[in-house]
Design a protein around this ligand. Structure first.
Ligand SMILES: NC(=O)C1=CN([C@@H]2O[C@H](COP(=O)(O)OP(=O)(O)OC[C@H]3O[C@@H](n4cnc5c(N)ncnc54)[C@H](OP(=O)(O)O)[C@@H]3O)[C@@H](O)[C@H]2O)C=CC1
Ligand SMILES: Nc1nc(=O)c2c([nH]1)NC[C@@H]1CN(c3ccc(C(=O)N[C@@H](CCC(=O)O)C(=O)O)cc3)C=[N+]21
Length: 296
């Protein structure tokens, strides 16, 4: 007999809308004060259609929120030096307030070197080493957008993290690793799993809070979800599939994010929020200390 879902949905679309409204208000204030709208520069290397779609979605959201965007599309054969040069130019351009380099870039490119060419005050996607360190130490700075969005969702649904076992599956620089650091900062007991982890299933079964950030459709099986667990599915795979087998997981979880409509919209909302905030800071409208990891 099929089990009925018992989990409550975490509605990322609705929470994202609130954040986008707030970002639009900040963008309007900047535009009124300076005569210039906040501007996000997006950089895409190569011609992966999925990446192009994500960038298009981000730019469309910007437009709705009164944030200008400027797009730079580079050929797949771009070298690290060329990419670093292009990003450095955007870092020095006073008309650009935030920079997003879409990940992944080609394997022949040193992605870390490219990220590091983003000026810290324009790192609205929170991908530089400096942003990561500031986030880890609880200091002001921009936070990687997907992890930031995940924390906003957890807070919105009043998830108590202190002392809970949080299991993060995935350790990428822009998603899994920073997500674990933010959970640690909130006093969760954090375990990271990755491709070399042994007996991943038994670790997942112990999770009070599970963050799936693997990039494999339905990788996490419903039977491995602890009863009542909070399940955050950050995966976004072709065909609108998450990394969690949603139907089965929803019969056991207490709270769960849907895909689509969970983490994805929150990522974009945090990007726009941080872009509006960067523009406010750069035009002297906001004091720098208004930017702790938890604000926005
Ligand atoms: N909703 C959103 O806004 C966003 C969604 N995403 C989605 O999240 C997913 C992950 O993205 P991203 O972090 O960039 O991906 P990466 O490919 O950079 O990282 C994947 C991680 O998963 C781990 N992994 C891979 N296979 C296994 C396995 N069999 N068992 C355990 N761990 C494994 C890898 O381990 P190892 O380190 O050992 O290789 C790695 O740490 C994707 O679906 C992506 O589309 C990403 C960004 C934003
Ligand atoms: N430097 C960098 N920063 C990123 O934040 C980044 C990246 N690189 N590379 C690729 C991933 C992917 N990503 C998504 C963002 C939003 C949705 C999203 O909004 N999804 C909607 C569905 C949208 C639709 O398909 O209509 C949802 O889940 O509801 C999905 C995926 C950000 N990424």
């Amino acid at each position: 007999m099929p089990m009925t879902p018992t989990a409550r949905l975490m509605d990322g679309t609705r929470l994202a809308r609130q954040i986008l409204d707030h970002s639009a208000a900040t963008a309007r204030a900047v535009t009124q004060q300076t005569g210039e709208a906040p501007c996000l520069a997006t950089v895409l290397v190569g011609d992966d259609p999925a990446s192009a779609t994500y960038v298009r979605m981000k730019r469309a959201r910007c437009e709705k929120a009164g944030i200008a965007s400027r797009h730079l599309s580079l050929p797949a054969a771009t070298t690290t030096a060329e990419l670093v040069e292009a990003i450095t130019a955007l870092s020095e351009d006073p008309g650009v307030h935030g920079i997003l380099l879409q990940h992944p870039v080609g394997a022949h490119i040193d992605e870390r070197a490219a990220f590091e060419a983003i000026a810290p005050h324009k790192d609205v996607d929170g991908v530089t080493m400096r942003s990561f360190a500031a986030m880890s130490f609880g200091l002001p700075g921009f936070v990687s957008c997907t992890p930031a969005g995940i924390m906003r969702l957890l807070d919105h649904y009043d998830v108590d993290l202190a002392g809970r076992h949080a299991v993060v599956v995935g350790r990428s620089a822009i998603l899994g690793k920073p997500a674990g650091m933010l959970l640690l900062a909130r006093d969760a007991t954090v375990t990271y799993c990755h491709s070399r982890t042994r007996d991943l299933k038994s670790i997942v079964r112990e999770a009070d809070v599970l963050v799936a950030a693997v990039g494999r459709p339905r990788f996490i099986r419903g039977e491995d979800i602890k009863t009542g667990a909070v399940v955050i599915d950050a995966g976004y795979n072709p065909g609108n599939l998450g990394d969690v087998d949603f139907d089965a997981a929803a019969t056991r979880a207490g709270l769960i994010t849907p895909v689509p409509g969970g983490v994805g919209p929150m990522t974009i909302a945090m990007l726009l929020s941080q872009t509006a905030e960067a523009a406010a800071l750069q035009s002297g409208l906001a004091p720098a200390d208004r930017l702790p990891a938890s604000s926005g």
